[in-house]
Design a protein around this ligand. Structure first.
Ligand code: ATP
Length: 229
């Protein structure tokens, strides 16, 4: 397996406020890695650095063998980082179909495959995304990222605030994507689902990686200590 994403001691700040003090993580092609940690520990900030929405101040970030220093957000998307940001932002005035089409880049993913993954979207292609339920918007946000034909899909709290039945649909989608061999970096609060889908986990505390290992090595002692569950 080849290394797709690697962060070594990444540091970052919002202006004068430091947020990351040394995040390291590794993700191999085809792997699902869970980025874990309590609220405010730096998970979203780490994702923002990977997608270049925030420029890191130190350490090293590489994607597909390429150092991301100096690489812009549009360029990293072109290289194959598909981000589904927290808060599932879609282009509200556009229809579901338009949201998908504007994201399209050549590759195996197209509207038909997105509809097969999330059948709920199929019935709503002509609706504007603003009129979708929260769960449908999340499915659309994932579908839009898939339309870019990413090499790495990043899901930041994709099931946050959704009804249990809709969450299950999202997790079923994630499992289907994993089965197809897509590489995924995910942040989520459901430990149970993470354990069932991830190959490995990274735990960050106060902006620093404190543990990375195989999902089977994620003991109750670790989750108690770092996740407070
Ligand atoms: P959550 O699960 O609550 O989203 P998180 O682990 O994703 O938490 P981050 O959102 O990455 O955490 O926040 C890490 C730190 O950076 C926090 O101390 C937070 O207050 C700070 N931070 C995040 N965004 C900003 C910002 N735009 N400006 C200043 N500080 C920020």
């Amino acid at each position: 397996m080849s290394r797709l994403l690697e962060l070594e001691n990444v540091t970052a700040a919002y202006g004068a406020v430091k947020a990351l003090f040394g995040v390291s993580l590794a993700l191999d092609e085809g792997q699902v890695v869970a980025l874990m940690g309590r609220n405010g520990m730096g998970k979203t900030t780490t994702i923002r650095c990977i997608s270049r929405l925030l420029l890191h101040s130190g350490g090293r970030l590489s994607f597909a063998g390429r150092d991301l220093k100096g690489v812009s957000a549009p360029k990293v998307a072109q290289l194959g980082v598909g981000l589904v940001p927290e808060g599932r932002r879609c282009f509200a005035p556009l229809t579901v179909a338009e949201n998908l089409v504007v994201a399209a880049r050549p590759g195996p993913w197209d509207i038909e495959r997105v509809q097969a993954l999330f059948p709920r979207l199929k019935e709503r292609m002509r609706q504007t995304s603003a009129t979708l339920s929260g769960g449908e918007q999340q499915m659309l946000a994932i579908g839009r990222a898939l339309m870019t034909n990413p090499r790495l899909l990043i899901l930041d709290e994709a099931t946050e605030g959704l009804a249990p039945v809709v969450r299950q649909e999202i997790w079923a989608g994630v499992r289907a994507l994993k089965a197809e061999g897509l590489s995924i970096l995910l942040v989520d609060k459901s430990l149970k689902e993470i354990v069932s889908v991830a190959d490995s986990a990274v735990i960050i505390e106060r902006g620093e990686t404190v543990w990375q290992g195989g999902i089977d090595a994620l003991t109750p002692e670790l989750t108690d200590r770092y996740l407070g569950v």
